[in-house]
Structure formats: structure tokens, C-alpha cells
Design a binder for this molecule. Structure first.
Ligand code: PLP
Length: 357
């Protein structure tokens, strides 16, 4: 399929502002394509960033039939742009689409759309250390109909915007509260799909935790309230004895993070053991108390690695590694970001380079 590119006149392009804030500053252009039952995907275009016009009865506004993704592009030493695992990201988008009864998109076409957009808006990919371009592919149900059922029409769009360094001047370990009362997602539900409702469902507990001074909520499984799942919009890893990285196995209610998967592949090449297990919260607390757990970190596209300095469970605080960033967290962060920025070789073929000239 053909992408109709309708760019802004060069004179009207803004380029990346000096000051920007993640999720609030957007690049000049966006990609859109529409889907209709019987017709499939059509009208693929890259146009100036614009507001959407939706019928007030559009299905997404009532029944949340929507999915989204998050990935990043980095400026490499040649001045070109590195996309990190874009096909893997598109595959998760399609798995979310299937779960939410939405049409899938062609992986290679989605990649072409990303490339076309990035080429046009490459000025928005910052070249400051730690900064990147955040990319947000989204799909929404647009059928104007209040009867409950899968929509017959959809809009797929991609917007992008510059994102500053997540940690200014070094890592700041975060304090995390383990949710006792609230659950994020249940096995059999939609927790492993990246759909907006999961995030809306997490807000109440996050706000409550923030009022108590915690920066993130760690979720337990919804059936027994006992097994560790994930932390905010990140997966979670524990480091045992400075050597073994342990993360919850994918339970059906955890988002299968691409950073998590990258760490599971990368860490053994750096000399660590990795293990995916069902992790009992009581065991984790005991292992922190006994010092077997030497580090804990969240991992996800936004921060890449976010060290956890303390975990609070049932109103008790458990400090990990003296609330300092551990050497394993730092090692993984440096290596993974080195691959993303193109300063360390990528033996995994994770990077898709987009030439900008
Ligand atoms: C709920 C949740 N878990 C985990 C992650 C980490 O996934 P990734 O590493 O693909 O960003 C994210 C972010 O996308 C998320 O929203």
C-alpha cells in the first residue's frame, strides 16, 4: 500500500524546541490510516500533526476498544536515527489488536510508516545525551454506534515527540509500594495487552501511593494477591547475590516488555544468569531481609532501567542496596543504552537504522 506524504512547507516546520517535556511536545507530522470492514486498511498518509474529529458515539469513547504502543528512536554517532526493535514492538501491537478484536496491521508497512515519519521529523530526535524520540502508535475504534460489539471501523495513527533524559544527572532509585488492596489485571483478562483500560484501572492506586510519597506501585496477581507481577509501566527484576537476574514469568496478566526481553537476552552475554519464575512476595521480602537480593530494578522503554531503592509491603519498608544504584543495574543500563544509541555493537539485530539524508 502507498503512503501519501503531505508535509508542511519547510518554512513552517518548527524543528525540535530547546525545551520540551515528555508526552507534551509533539513533532510536526503524524501518520494515519483508516480501516473499514470489507475494505481493509486504506488512506495511509503522513500529514501535519492535527486534532482528530470523532463522532461522539465512536466506540472507543464508550467501550475503550483501543490499543497503543511505545518505542523510541535514538540519534546515533553518524547523525542517523536508530529505531529500537520496531518489528518486535509492532508484533506486540498486533497481539494487543487480536485480543481487543481489532484488525492487525502489516508489520512491514507499519515499519515503512515509522521510517517515513522519522525521516520527515528527524529534527525532533534530540542529540542530547540520554534524550530520544518517543513514538506512540495507537489504534482506536471509530464506528459510530452505542450497541456493544466490536467496531467495524478503526483509525491507526502514529505520533512522536522528543523525550529528555529520564534521569537528570544519574540514576535516582525509586521507592515502590506493593499494592495490597487493588489489582491491576487478572489472568484471562487483558493485562498482557497494551490497552488504555489497564492504565485507567491503575490510576487510583497510583494516586494513593503518590500521596504517601511512593513513586510507583508494584502489582500482585489478582487471584491470590501473592505473586509479583510488574511495577507501574515497567517489568520488574531482582538481582540475587550480584549474579542472577530473576523476573516474574509471563503470567497472562503481565505486559511482555521488550526491555525485559532484551535484558533476558543481553544479560547472559555479560556474564549473568537469568531466570523467569513465579515470585512469591513473602519470599522476596525474606530475600531482601537476608541480603540475598542485592538489587532490584524496573525496566521499560521510558527509563530503560530504573533502580528500586525501597519496597514497602504491609506498611513495612524494605531497603535494597542501601537505596543506591547497584553495579548490575548500571552495567545493564550502560550496555543496553549503548546499543540503542549505536555506541556499542548490536549483535542481536535489534536496531533498524533510518538514514536521514
Ligand atoms: C504495564 C507495562 N509493563 C511493562 C512495560 C515495559 O514494556 P517495554 O519494555 O516494552 O516498554 C510497559 C511499557 O510499555 C507497561 O506499560
Amino acid at each position: 500500500m502507498f503512503i501519501n506524504i503531505k508535509p508542511l512547507d519547510v518554512a513552517n516546520r518548527r524543528g525540535c524546541p530547546d525545551e520540551f517535556s515528555f508526552g507534551a511536545t509533539f513533532s510536526d507530522h503524524m501518520f494515519t490510516q483508516e480501516y473499514a470492514a470489507g475494505k481493509g486498511w486504506h488512506n495511509a498518509e503522513v500529514t501535519p500533526y492535527h486534532t482528530l474529529s470523532l463522532d461522539p458515539s465512536a466506540a472507543v469513547l464508550h467501550y475503550s476498544q483501543e490499543i497503543f504502543e511505545g518505542l523510541k528512536a535514538y540519534r546515533n554517532p553518524n547523525g542517523n536515527i536508530n529505531l529500537f526493535r520496531p518489528l518486535e514492538n509492532c508484533r506486540r501491537f498486533n497481539r494487543s489488536a487480536e485480543r481487543m478484536v481489532m484488525p492487525t496491521v502489516d508489520e512491514n508497512f507499519h515499519l515503512e510508516a515509522l521510517k517515513a515519519l522519522i525521516k520527515l521529523d528527524h529534527a525532533f530526535v534530540p542529540d542530547k545525551p540520554g534524550a530520544s524520540l518517543y513514538i506512540r502508535p495507537t489504534m482506536i475504534a471509530t464506528s459510530p454506534k452505542l450497541g456493544l460489539g466490536a467496531s467495524k471501523s478503526y483509525l491507526h495513527f502514529i505520533i512522536t515527540g522528543p523525550a529528555g533524559a529520564y534521569f537528570q544527572g544519574g540514576f535516582n532509585p525509586i521507592s515502590v509500594c506493593i499494592a495490597n488492596k487493588y489489582r491491576r489485571a487478572v489472568a484471562g483478562g487483558v493485562g498482557e495487552a497494551k490497552t488504555g483500560g489497564n492504565y485507567a484501572a491503575s490510576l487510583y492506586a497510583s494516586e494513593e501511593a503518590a500521596k504517601k510519597g511512593f513513586s510507583q506501585v508494584l502489582w500482585l496477581d489478582a487471584i491470590e494477591g501473592r505473586y509479583i507481577e510488574e511495577v507501574g509501566a515497567m517489568n520488574i527484576c531482582f538481582v540475587y547475590e550480584g549474579k542472577t537476574i530473576v523476573t516474574p514469568s509471563l503470567s497472562g496478566s503481565i505486559l511482555p516488555g521488550i526491555t525485559r526481553n532484551s535484558i533476558l537476552q543481553l544479560a547472559p552475554t555479560l556474564g549473568y544468569d537469568v531466570s523467569e519464575q513465579r515470585l512469591d512476595v513473602n519470599q522476596i521480602v525474606d530475600d531482601i531481609k537476608s541480603g540475598k537480593i542485592t538489587e532490584c530494578f524496573g525496566c521499560g522503554t521510558a527509563a530503560v532501567i530504573s533502580p528500586v531503592g525501597s519496597l514497602s509491603y504491609m506498611d513495612e519498608d524494605y531497603v535494597i542496596n542501601d537505596n543506591q544504584t547497584g553495579t548490575v543495574s548500571q552495567h545493564l543500563y550502560d550496555h543496553l543504552t549503548g546499543i540503542q544509541y549505536g555506541t556499542i555493537a548490536d549483535p542481536f539485530d535489534w536496531i533498524v537504522e533510518v538514514p536521514v539524508k
